[in-house]
Design a protein around this ligand. Structure first.
Ligand SMILES: [Zn+2]
Length: 448
């Protein structure tokens, strides 16, 4: 390590370190992995860096190893941010510790490896997933941090309007129905799934979920998981038959394995007053419906007759309440957004720090503006969901079995009172929760 670096305080030294624990049931085996890991010089770096990432509200950490350094990035509120790099030596030591605790091979810097462990800071627990892969210049490591406690507890906290919450709850709590929860891949579908399921009344009804054994979901209170594949030796269609015998009220599908399995569950909604709740990746609620009918043709008829509600969502950054800046929207902008004149007095945008030469007082003397302490001058703090809720009417249901044309289906849905994501997004801006810049960024992003 160059002498200069020894003097400087490194980021990993500034945070409350995380406690990292291997996912091993046998306590003595777990202990011996930990003892070995703690002996390494990278243990303090690893726990400090993970602790710092958690304190910074990072959901992902990327380490890029090149010949001389280990570059670090955090993803916070869906945006990547660069941090000061570690020296290669310190970065290597850190990675050895992380791989040991995730039960991976530290000596292998080339193959794709994936492992997990638990991370804990104070009382907050996280599931840490580490993926590493050799690259031309060294190695790339992606760490995902999933909070055990889902950050948004209620739909309102996630930004859903009250009327929509009522409508969605009603759908979730009705028999003989199917409900889809959707969003484009990587757009916060997991958070929404948890929040949405939590809105259902699971105390008086029996919820049973069907999951692949090797991709278990994070547990949700009062949902009993059932596993197929892996060591169970069960095909999903066999598992669903066993589940039907237990006569649950709700079949929960975090992912749909195949048409026959879905059909068996859908058949129960149509004939035995049961419910199906499924998670689907799609760009819109209408697309989610079309996708089910196209991919699972045998189930399509039951689905079209029972579909009660389809939720779709985008997650955007929430404007920082402490530093957001109000402005009077010009009439032309309101017209463009479809907001009637006189309805909204002001809109908000993120605070942008002016260049240093413009940070002057009335006399032109330099007067640096202190960065906002709430958001560290990012202008945004936390996230907010934009939701569309499709409650298909008779015409939409009938059309679903005849066409999968998204444009045509959307027109029919709109004629039956459906309000799409774009107009919901404008409402979110009108409520001062996010900015037009942020909408442009998210809606221009890649699709599912
Ligand atoms: Zn701020």
């Amino acid at each position: 390590m160059p002498a200069a670096n020894k003097e400087e305080i490194q980021i990993w030294q500034t945070a409350n370190p995380a406690t990292l624990t291997p996912r091993i049931d046998d306590k003595s085996q777990q202990q011996s992995v930990l003892i070995l890991a703690r002996q390494g010089s990278g243990h303090a770096v690893a726990t400090g860096q993970i602790g710092h990432a958690i304190a910074s509200r990072a959901t992902h950490i990327m380490f890029d190893y090149t010949q001389s350094a280990c570059a670090i990035r955090y993803q916070i509120d869906g945006q990547w941010e660069q941090l000061p790099p570690l020296t290669r030596e310190v970065g290597d030591a850190m990675l050895i510790t992380l791989k040991q605790i995730c039960q991976l091979n530290p000596a292998d810097r080339r193959s794709a490896q994936t492992g997990k462990c638990e991370a804990k800071v104070n009382k907050d627990k996280y599931q840490l997933t580490l993926q590493s892969q050799g690259t031309a210049s060294g190695e790339r490591v992606l760490i995902r941090l999933d909070a055990e406690k889902v950050p948004f507890n209620v739909l309102a906290e996630l930004g859903m309007r009250d009327t929509m919450i009522d409508q969605f709850r009603e759908a979730l709590n009705s028999e003989s129905s199917s409900v889809l929860i959707s969003s484009p891949r990587g757009m916060g579908l997991t958070s929404t799934w948890h929040v949405a399921i939590n809105a259902a009344d699971r105390l008086i009804r029996d919820f049973q979920s069907l999951e692949p054994e090797n991709e278990k979901e994070i547990e949700i209170i009062n949902i009993s998981p059932n596993f197929y594949g892996g060591s169970t030796g069960l095909a999903p269609s066999e598992l669903i038959r066993k589940m039907i015998l237990k006569e649950p009220d709700v079949f929960v599908f975090p992912s749909i394995p195949d048409d026959d399995t879905l059909l068996a569950a859908m058949d129960q909604t149509a004939k035995n007053e049961k419910q199906v709740i499924a998670r689907v990746s799609a760009n819109s609620a209408v697309e989610a419906c079309a996708k089910i009918c196209a991919q699972y043709p045998k189930s399509a008829k039951h689905f079209a007759s029972t579909v009660k509600a389809v939720l779709n969502q985008r997650i955007v950054r929430r404007l920082c309440e402490d530093c957001k800046v109000g402005f009077q929207p010009p009439p032309a902008l309101l017209a463009k957004l479809g907001i009637p004149p006189g309805r909204v007095a002001q809109l908000f945008q993120q605070f942008v720090m002016p260049p240093i030469e413009q940070q002057v007082d009335a006399n032109g003397k330099p007067a640096p503006i202190p960065p906002c302490s709430a958001c560290q001058a990012r202008g945004y703090l936390g996230r907010v969901g934009i939701f569309e809720l499709l409650r298909p009417g008779p015409q939409f249901k009938a059309a679903l079995l005849k066409t999968q044309d998204i444009g045509q289906l959307t027109k029919i849905a709109q004629s039956e009172g459906f309000r799409g994501l774009q107009s919901e997004a404008i409402l979110t801006v009108a409520r001062g929760l996010t900015s037009l810049d942020e909408l442009k960024r998210v809606f221009a992003a890649k699709k599912a």
